[in-house]
Design a protein around this ligand. Structure first.
Ligand code: RIB
Ligand code: CA
Length: 309
């Protein structure tokens, strides 16, 4: 039985791999892709999502979301993802059309009408989901789980304190964390364990499929930028880990803890404060991932890119 999922993302090189996994693996019933700004402006991330769905021949509707964060001014990650947001890949002429419905309305309507609880995978800033929850609080009752790539209980990747997705829209992240449904946080603490090393690129390149070619072309640029900025041997595979977890929850080890977002406007603005030792004895609200089975993760990615499941 496949799991009904909405993927909310800001493609983005690693979002693209999350779209591959969620769109191609039979364990996931991808109901729709909703797009946020983040890695690039909304027009560019939306075009990227459409191009990816078209390239992968996915029968998945794409919805354009909210242009800017709730409060903070938009910041983008063009240093990592480039001018297009998906530098390194040239797509054929785009014919796959965008849905007329707004992403927030799609999230609300789907959660109100789907016959079983829906899982939300968020791999960008949480603006769309936060607004949906504010406009229609009743939808929380039909959310199975929110799994989000964001935050860190360790150091950030934009400031020492904050990770990009959360820092772009901290207020939206706090709205989601305040909700009663299950939340699983896939932060930098685990994503930095799964690097796209040259050996990984070589393994995927040997597959010679449409999906593996896209992966290799994307990762060449992604890795160069990650190496230049962070000195990493390969880019962290941030976003796809959320989908791999939905396909095989055993891939992650998590701790249940109280998490909150620093909304003060000091140096730690946008930090995810995860009380892993329960110092404050506050109500726990988030499953915080701290370990990933890296071998199992890459085996899963390889199977999907190879066209086998
Ligand atoms: O900090 C990494 C996250 O920010 C990833 O989701 C990446 O795609 C960017 O959105
Ligand atoms: Ca992303």
């Amino acid at each position: 039985m496949s799991k009904p999922v909405i993927l909310d993302c800001d493609p983005g090189h690693d979002d693209a791999v999350a779209i591959m996994l969620s769109g191609l693996h039979p364990a996931i019933d991808l109901l729709g892709i909703t797009v946020s700004s983040g890695n690039q402006t909304l027009d560019k991330t939306t075009k990227n999502a459409l191009n990816l769905v078209q390239y992968l021949s996915l029968d998945v509707p794409v919805y354009k979301g909210v242009k800017e964060p709730l409060v903070a001014p938009l910041r983008i990650a063009d240093d990592i993802h480039g001018e297009s947001g998906l530098d390194g890949v040239t797509f054929e002429r785009l014919t796959h059309s965008l849905q007329d419905k707004h992403a927030v309305d799609f999230i609300i309507d789907t959660l109100r009408n789907h016959e079983e609880p829906v899982t939300l995978a968020i791999t960008g800033p949480m603006t769309n989901v936060a607004l949906a929850l504010k406009m229609a609080p009743d939808i929380a009752s039909n959310i199975e789980e929110v799994v989000f790539m964001g935050g860190a209980h360790g150091y950030g990747n934009v400031t020492p304190a904050a990770e990009f997705n959360i820092l772009v829209d901290p207020e939206a992240a706090q709205i989601v964390l305040n909700q009663p449904f299950k939340k699983t946080m896939v932060g930098l603490d685990v994503t930095r364990q799964a690097l796209v090393t040259p050996e990984v690129v070589q393994t995927m390149d040997a597959l010679k499929t449409q999906a593996s070619k896209l992966f290799v072309d994307l990762m060449k640029v992604y890795n160069e930028n990650q190496q230049q900025i962070f000195g990493l041997v390969g880019g962290p595979m941030h976003d796809p880990i959320t989908i791999a977890y939905l396909i095989d929850p055993s891939i992650l080890t998590t701790d249940y803890a109280h998490c909150s977002i620093d909304l003060s406007h000091g140096e730690s603005y946008g930090r995810t404060n995860c009380d892993l030792f329960n110092y404050q004895h506050k109500e726990k609200n988030t499953y915080v991932a701290h370990k990933i089975n890296v071998t199992a993760f890459w085996q899963l990615v390889r199977k999907v890119l190879a066209g086998a499941q």
